[in-house]
Design a protein around this ligand. Structure first.
Ligand code: ZN
Length: 64
């Protein structure tokens, strides 16, 4: 029996913002997304440079 958690359901939340399976934007591999904001699988997040708010910077490769 699956009992839905009433506390987890919020009217302010978007209907799409629900934990479901999504394809990773990096490796295109379907993974269990926690919400709409979760677009990258945890594997890519851990291995690749994925810091929200901090754009990837070159290691001094390009200067000017
Ligand atoms: Zn991935």
């Amino acid at each position: 029996m699956t009992t839905p958690h009433p506390d987890n359901v919020s009217p302010a939340r978007s209907p799409r913002d629900v934990p479901t399976q999504r394809a990773c934007l990096r490796c295109k591999v379907p993974f269990q997304s926690e919400g709409f904001g979760e677009r990258v699988c945890p594997r890519c997040k851990g291995s690749a440079i994925w810091k929200s708010g901090s754009p990837p910077r070159g290691d001094g490769g390009r200067q000017r």
